[in-house]
Design a protein around this ligand. Structure first.
Ligand code: FE
Ligand code: FE
Length: 191
């Protein structure tokens, strides 16, 4: 890959398994960017950095959300969501990427949102379907990713929301907004 150097820089910030996942996300994102006419360099960089603070201390993540004035609603939801928004701040401040496409893709990879860019969708989808992932239904998601970016995004966010609902876990509003936005744009809302 083109940004092997960047990959090396983040290697010791996560366990090997997560590092393999990161490489998988970057590779999948490059592939989808090529397929859907998006910038492959941005896809690779966002893929490499998307989980950069996944293993950071929760208290530190919390303080970052407060000090960086990120969405305060995040603090009422599971800490698993925090590494996206905080990761985008770290990508900017520590790794000096100031491209908004890249930063937004990192920022919203844990929740999705209404009005996602194609790069945001690519990172969200790649995070879910990269080669080391395995869960029931993943084959369908992988097939959809090859056919239609929006349909794949709908299926991926539906999978995430359904998974949380089945476990009786709260769903962050941006995920519902993401779902509603895509479904409404698809023009299949009746009545
Ligand atoms: Fe993540
Ligand atoms: Fe990830």
């Amino acid at each position: 890959m083109k940004y092997d150097n960047l990959l090396e820089q983040i290697k010791d910030r996560m366990p090997l398994k997560r590092f393999e996942h990161t490489k998988g996300v970057a590779t999948t994102a490059i592939h989808l960017a090529e397929k859907y006419g998006e910038d492959q360099d941005k896809a690779e960089i966002a893929g490499i950095l998307h989980d950069v603070v996944k293993f950071a201390d929760y208290e530190w993540l919390k303080q970052m959300i407060i000090s960086e004035q990120l969405d305060p609603l995040l603090l009422s939801f599971h800490h698993e969501l925090w590494h996206g928004p905080v990761g985008s701040v770290v990508a900017k401040n520590e790794f000096h990427f100031d491209d908004e496409d890249i930063l937004q893709a990192i920022r919203f990879h844990t929740t999705g949102r209404a009005g996602m860019s194609n790069l945001e969708k690519i990172i969200y989808i790649s995070d879910m379907i990269e080669p080391s992932r395995s869960f029931p239904g993943i084959d369908v998601l992988r097939e959809k990713a090859e056919l239609d970016l929006d349909e794949a995004m709908i299926s991926c966010v539906t999978h995430s929301i359904t998974f949380l609902i089945e476990k009786k876990q709260p769903v962050f509003p941006d995920s519902f907004h993401c779902y509603n936005d895509l479904i409404q744009k698809r023009g299949k809302v009746k009545e």
